[in-house]
Design a protein around this ligand. Structure first.
Ligand SMILES: N[C@@H](CCC(=O)N[C@@H](CS)C(=O)NCC(=O)O)C(=O)O
Length: 247
């Protein structure tokens, strides 16, 4: 149960304006609202370079939630906080703590934040669009992150211009084509306004577009390219840009 510092009782289903979080209190049957006067305390563990940590940072910034980014670097030469295996037993990043509630796995984290902080809602109201949004997030996790980030971006950016493998280029081309097809089938799931999928996709495109090979593959999808060119200049994208990505 989330511990709010100040509870404002309001009857069920009463809309609450502005940036507020509503939490259902099972003991009273009321919604508790956390307002700007009683903010949630958020500690995000990760690094500024991490694609997945950036997704959570984007969602928190979209919701105008203050948070502390605590350095946790699972890569060679990096340091993890002493208690990190309690926060993430698989020692990946990100992990989050929201008013004492610990959570890991980006999908679960962003869904929790979206449920907790009402405004702006990042899950489409329509059930099919919400399912498509989640589908895009799963596609990014399962089929886009590996080829676009580890297949294109990491070799070129971090390994002094190593040429990406042909397989990574083909897999990247394929997944970008699949993601592009959502412009036809369900643009509200990701492209017409901000949703959780918008930020999931932004994380990997920011890395891929930072290297010539990834940039050229995005160019092959003109409407994806146009949409992404707009998104990458949004203030929250600029604010979360790492020194190791161009966008
Ligand atoms: N399934 C995890 C994936 C997170 C992930 O792979 N994070 C990367 C950094 S962007 C990581 O921690 N890599 C460390 C490693 O692979 O050992 C999630 O959704 O949060």
């Amino acid at each position: 149960m989330l511990r709010a510092r100040r509870w404002a009782r309001r009857p069920r289903n009463t809309a609450s304006p502005g940036r507020q979080a509503s939490v259902y209190d099972f003991s009273t049957g009321w919604f508790a609202t956390i307002s700007k006067d009683s903010p949630v305390e958020v500690r995000l563990y990760g690094t500024e370079e991490s694609v997945y940590t950036r997704i959570v940072r984007l969602v928190l910034l979209a919701k105008e939630v203050d948070f502390a980014l605590i350095e946790a670097d699972p890569f060679d030469g990096g340091k993890l906080p002493g208690d990190y295996d309690l926060r993430h037993p698989f020692k990946r990043i990100p992990a989050i703590e929201v008013d004492g509630m610990r959570l890991y796995e980006t999908d679960a984290i962003v869904q929790y934040i979206d449920a907790l902080i009402e405004h702006p809602k990042l899950t489409p109201p329509n059930a099919e669009d919400a399912a498509r949004m989640r589908q895009i997030m799963r596609i990014v996790d399962n089929y886009a992150y590996r080829p676009l980030v580890w297949g294109l971006y990491v070799p070129v950016w971090w390994r002094e211009g190593l040429e990406p493998a042909g397989e990574a280029i083909e897999q990247s081309r394929h997944v970008l084509g699949v993601l592009d097809s959502f412009f036809d089938s369900s643009p509200d799931a990701c492209f017409n306004g901000w949703t959780l999928a918008t930020f999931h996709l932004a994380g990997v495109l920011g890395a891929a577009d930072s290297v010539a090979q990834g940039s050229a593959l995005i160019d092959e999808r003109p409407r994806l390219r146009e949409w992404w060119n707009g998104l990458r200049m949004e203030p929250i994208m600029v604010k979360t840009r790492s020194t190791h990505t161009q966008f």
